[in-house]
Design a protein around this ligand. Structure first.
Ligand code: ATP
Length: 418
């Protein structure tokens, strides 16, 4: 069921379109986060949804009724707005503040709440565990406690929709989690629709059913967190080149900003990797998939997955099998085509020793070789009789063989080629 609908919602100030033709249906009982860069219109949207701002064009409908034509008491019985600023200039106690949630029904009955009202206030305070604070003054409370008191006030209002503008903005990480967990409980236990502006993308992803990503006054993308927070949207909207790793079990993701290496079109690079040793190197070339190739890797291996994700040419063999002659030859062919070969920090056994022979071949062809890491190879050699070490020692005698111990050194060696 739709609880709030925006139809062509357009908000303008001084001829500047803060919200531009927003059409969206908020469904009952869902947890929505509104995210987006500074100035993208998040606060204006949340205020508009609560009827605090009149649109220039379009409308906000609450259960199909225009919010600006709605009776104020009726509106307060449906929507609770939690302010961005939790510091209220008042000498009221916690209990008195929670009781204010009941006054919308009749502002003149201050201190004359009915038994039902008092029961609701008690219930609201229990839900967010502020009973112990009931007689304390509001002002000296901590930010997290204040936020809980304001949630109790919203609960005592018996509203069905909570609108929150950065409820965790002034809180440290423990309190941020506590407040969002409380909101999650309120959402699940009482089917209250939560619409919250959140700055922290990780928290938004963890707690929301749906995310609205705002950009330049428009909804750039909406949907489940995983579909909205992607490498492409983060790049487009937040201007950050990144890699995003999702844990679908916990709905957590980590975001890693990537300082991409830009390479010239004429430079062709062949990467020798395996067992995930090439993932971070391949990511550094994220935007240059045409100039890259990778070999020989087992299907389903982490490097194979990264190569496929980036759409680069990959010489592949079945999982757990050794490098057969034809894959080896294909690998040598790609080495022939490349100007430069990167050897990653890969362990070698008999199954993949041909990859090391490939690098040896590259040295003999006079190619430039960049070895990721240092000369300490022993611990990576899992062959009998230390055959791999022997080949490695031969490789490093090459004239054009260089070691890159970090990304800056790698960048330097690449720039020399341009
Ligand atoms: N009264 C106003 N007059 C003119 N411009 C305004 C007014 N209110 C907001 N704006 C502008 O509208 C844009 C969106 O503002 P809004 O506060 O909704 O963005 P926001 O996404 O919540 O930003 P932030 O993350 O910084 O809080 C901003 O560029 C802001 O300067």
């Amino acid at each position: 069921m739709d609880v709030i609908t925006t139809k062509g919602l357009t908000v303008e100030k001084n001829n500047f379109k803060i919200l531009d033709n927003l059409n969206f249906n908020f469904k009952k009982g869902k947890f929505y986060s509104i995210i987006g860069p500074n100035g993208s219109g998040k606060t204006t949207l949340i205020k508009s949804l609560g009827g605090l701002i009149k649109p220039k064009k379009g409308e906000v409908l609450v259960y199909n009724e225009n919010i600006h034509l709605m009776d104020a008491k009726k509106r307060a019985g449906i929507i609770a707005i939690l302010p961005q600023n939790i510091h209220i200039d008042t000498n009221f106690t916690v209990k008195e503040i929670v009781e204010m949630g009941r006054y919308y029904k009749n502002p003149y009955i201050f201190q004359k709440l009915t038994k039902e009202d008092r029961d609701i206030v008690k219930w609201a305070m229990e839900q967010v565990k502020v009973e112990d604070l009931a007689n304390r003054q509001y002002n000296p409370l901590s930010g997290g406690e204040k936020q809980r008191v304001l949630l109790a006030r919203a609960l005592s209002q018996k509203a069905e929709i909570f609108l929150l503008d950065e409820p965790t903005a002034s809180l440290d990480i423990n309190y941020q989690l506590e407040i969002l967990k409380l909101l999650e409980e309120i959402n699940k236990n009482f089917c209250i629709t939560i619409i919250a502006v959140l700055h922290d993308l990780q928290l938004a992803a963890k707690f929301s059913d749906e995310i609205l990503l705002m950009n330049n006054g428009r909804i750039y993308k909406h949907g489940i967190p995983r579909e909205v927070i992607t490498k492409d949207t983060i790049k487009e909207v937040f201007k950050i080149t990144s890699n995003i790793y999702w844990d679908s079990f916990t709905n957590d993701f980590t975001i890693k900003a990537v300082d991409l290496l830009s390479i010239d079109n004429k430079l062709k690079i062949h990467v020798i990797a395996g067992g995930g040793s090439g993932v971070h190197i391949l990511e550094l070339f994220g935007g240059n998939s045409n100039n890259l190739s990778l070999g020989v890797v087992n299907r389903e291996d982490l490097d194979w997955k990264k190569g496929k994700e980036l759409g680069i040419k990959v010489v592949e063999i079945p999982p757990y099998s050794g490098i057969d002659l034809s894959s080896h030859q294909e690998n040598l062919r790609l080495i022939d085509e490349a100007n430069l070969v990167i050897l990653c920090n890969t362990p070698f056994g008999h199954g993949n020793i041909r990859n090391l022979e490939g690098v040896q071949y590259a040295v003999n062809q006079g190619k430039k070789i960049i070895i990721i890491g240092d000369k300490n190879f022993q611990h990576r050699d899992f062959t009998e009789n230390k055959v791999a070490l022997e080949i490695f020692n031969d490789i490093i005698k090459g004239q054009r063989v260089f070691f890159a111990r970090n990304v800056n050194e790698l960048r330097k060696y690449l720039e020399e080629e341009l």
